[in-house]
Design a protein around this ligand. Structure first.
Ligand code: SF4
Ligand code: SF4
Ligand code: FES
Length: 269
């Protein structure tokens, strides 16, 4: 969603409404310099950051009285499932749809909320970043189950409840980018896959049908930007909103890589 103007949030504030300020880091385009705008917003019960952005989109006038272009951001599900609304809220990377204003104001020194785009992805405009690298990384590690859908393949192989449980935890990834934003090894100028793609490679390696591509995935994980580049700082696991056991998955992917390398050695490859 980009700068909607027709929502309840666009209603004019009642004169008596208590207000707070939102400070937004802005950028007019990919190669443009960044700058800040501050807006005054009326406080409403159970308000989230997206509704603050909707209010600002409908009232794009700064506290200095300057009329500016409406702020651009991205969102989709509004229930912390799609990951598209991820940004830095009061210095912490998280989803803006589940960031509630009352909680943010309670923790803030002043009645001020700060919003910035993630720093590890190119800014398209304002708070909207291009997360394509994450999706490209999923392609690099072949994060899918190879199924021929042209004819009936019959029942799939069975999995134990323990296997399902382990994979379920990792399946909750919404490709939001929090883990990559927090990772010191994931930078704009390197090829590190990061915790998200490595965990997804492990997830599909553990799938009874998905493991058909395991050797190819492990080759990708062994290459430049693979598991070997993880510094084990564990920042990723601390910020993942879905509490995915990322460092455990990276460790297990590393062990799969070792077995793969030994097998290759004895096969003379
Ligand atoms: S453990 Fe550290 S270096 Fe490895 S992916 Fe997580 S944050 Fe990055
Ligand atoms: S692993 Fe967690 S933090 Fe990383 S992209 Fe997936 S849901 Fe987001
Ligand atoms: S809009 Fe989908 S996670 Fe926030």
């Amino acid at each position: 969603m980009i700068a909607p103007a027709d929502s309840k949030a666009s209603d004019a504030a009642s004169p008596a409404a208590k207000t707070f300020r939102v400070r937004i880091k802005r950028q007019d385009g990919a190669d443009q310099p960044s700058y800040w705008n501050t807006f005054e917003v009326p406080e409403r019960p159970a308000q989230n950051v997206i509704s603050v952005l909707q209010y600002v989109a409908a009232h794009p006038t700064t506290v200095e009285g300057e009329s500016v272009e409406p702020v651009v951001w991205e969102s989709g599900c509004l229930e912390e499932v799609c990951g598209s609304c991820t940004m830095i809220v009061n210095g912490r990377v998280r989803q803006s749809c589940s960031a509630l204003v009352p909680d943010l104001l309670e923790d803030a020194d002043e009645r001020l909320i700060s919003l910035e785009p993630m720093t590890k992805f190119p800014v398209v405009r304002d708070l909207f970043v291009d997360r394509q690298r994450m999706f490209d990384n999923l392609i690099r590690v072949k994060a899918w189950v190879p199924i021929d859908g042209t004819h009936d393949l019959g029942e799939g192989p069975q999995e134990t409840p323990e296997q399902q449980q382990e994979r379920y935890a990792i399946s909750r990834c919404m490709t939001c980018g929090c883990c990559l934003e927090a990772c010191p090894q994931f930078t704009a100028d390197n090829a590190f896959l990061g915790a998200q793609a490595i965990a997804q490679a492990y997830y599909f390696n553990q799938h009874e049908t998905g493991k058909k591509l395991k050797p190819e995935r492990l080759e990708a994980l062994a290459g430049p930007g693979g598991v070997g580049d993880c510094g084990n700082a564990q920042n990723c696991v601390k910020v993942c909103p879905k509490e995915i056991p990322l460092t455990e998955a990276i460790g297990k992917a590393g062990r799969q890589l070792t077995v793969h390398a030994v097998k290759k050695f004895f096969a003379g490859k």
